[in-house]
Design a protein. Structure first.
Length: 375
């Protein structure tokens, strides 16, 4: 068991007599000691995401996102003191190692009551030092001091929170539905960092679309030279190219490089973007569909299974001509608007294994060019 930080505690001892594990008599207790009690450390603040954000899990306690673009530059939190303050909370400050401080901006309490245990506020992330994904020698977190004061300027609680650098993993944790990190070249050559659901939402300042970089959850600009071709999802490529970030080079034509070395033989060269377009792949509830780039596919059950629900128009999935994201999530629909469209506009088949004498002959997949048709 643990003792609450900042609380006053006393102890008493009591002797017991037992017989074969059963209490026979309780003797007198000692007087409480120490008589005045003692405090275990100082009161500490517990920083949680504000309930309105609906972020999951206690693992986010005393942690916060470290990128300035989060929620339009503000992180909304709830600060709870481990022990009630003797007077009203007047300020909550976050301080970095370089001395930079940011005051949490309080919400106006509807009841007008003074807060002594819990307060809601928003942290202005722009006032804290930038924490890039590549900072701290590759580490993903740093620490900020937290200080809570009353109206007299007295410190009533203090502690630390960890600040997490942006990454695909961090994006998935802090911004539900946005599982990719966008490295975006802004005006004046500045690099902006934000979370996105699709690399297509990571457009660069020059108008170029965002690409999935290597075997990561990062989106950015096409990293390859004109002598190379970009294969999203490949860390090192064949031939004489650098192989950095999925750049392929060799004696073969770019069409052959894409067909041979990218997307398990399903990639297609797109000259206008100098990339190998990937197929779109989605799997849910036993249903697995691979859609070639620039095609539209009717959702059907695998050859070894039979569809159990019928009625309505069949659902279709379309794959963009220059697709750079191969795998799409269907658990939440995040990052796959064409999957969401398919679920709205048609019947997604439910499948089960064929019986011994079952007929699965109707499960052939129809693949058509995507001539402007959307799912």
């Amino acid at each position: 068991w643990g003792l609450r930080a900042g609380a006053q505690h006393t102890f008493q001892l009591q002797a017991l007599t037992t017989d074969e594990g059963k209490v026979k008599a309780q003797l007198a207790r000692t007087n409480p000691f120490p008589s005045t009690g003692f405090r275990v450390g100082a009161p500490m603040p517990i920083v949680r995401p504000h309930p309105d954000l609906k972020l999951p899990g206690a693992f986010l306690y005393n942690r916060m996102p470290g990128w300035r673009s989060y929620m339009a530059g503000y992180y909304h939190i709830e600060v709870t003191l481990s022990e009630r303050s003797p007077s009203a909370i007047a300020s909550v400050h976050f301080a970095a190692d370089d001395g930079t401080r940011a005051a949490c901006e309080f919400y106006v309490r509807a009841d007008g009551a003074a807060a002594t245990t819990q307060i809601g506020c928003k942290v202005p992330l722009q006032k804290l030092p930038a924490l890039s994904a590549l900072a701290l020698g590759g580490a993903r977190v740093d620490r900020l001091a937290v200080e809570v004061r009353d109206a007299n300027g007295e410190v009533v609680a203090s502690g630390h929170v960890e600040r997490e650098a942006i990454s695909g993993e961090a994006c998935e944790k802090w911004e539900v539905g946005k599982e990719l990190m966008c490295l975006q070249q802004g005006s004046g050559g500045r690099e902006l960092q934000k979370c996105v659901g699709r690399c297509e939402d990571c457009a660069q300042a020059n108008g170029e679309a965002g690409f999935l970089i290597g075997e990561t959850s990062e989106c950015g600009s096409n990293p390859c030279s004109s002598d190379e071709v970009y294969c999203p999802g490949v860390v090192r490529g064949p031939g004489t190219g650098t192989g950095a970030k999925g750049c392929l080079a060799g004696a073969e034509a770019k069409e052959e490089l894409c067909a041979t070395h990218c997307g398990d033989g399903l990639a297609k060269y797109v000259a206008s973007e100098n990339l190998c377009a990937l197929p779109c792949e989605v799997a849910t509830a036993g249903l697995s569909t691979v859609v070639p780039p620039g095609s539209i596919v009717a959702l059907t059950c695998p050859a070894s299974e039979v569809q159990t629900n019928h009625g309505g128009e069949a659902a279709y999935l379309s794959c963009p001509e220059a697709n750079t994201q191969r795998y799409y999530s269907t658990s939440s629909g995040a990052g796959s608007p064409w999957w969401e469209a398919a679920r709205r506009n048609g019947t997604v088949p439910e499948c089960r294994s064929c019986s011994a004498d079952g007929d699965c002959s109707s499960n052939a997949v129809s693949v058509q060019p995507n001539a402007g048709q959307t799912a």
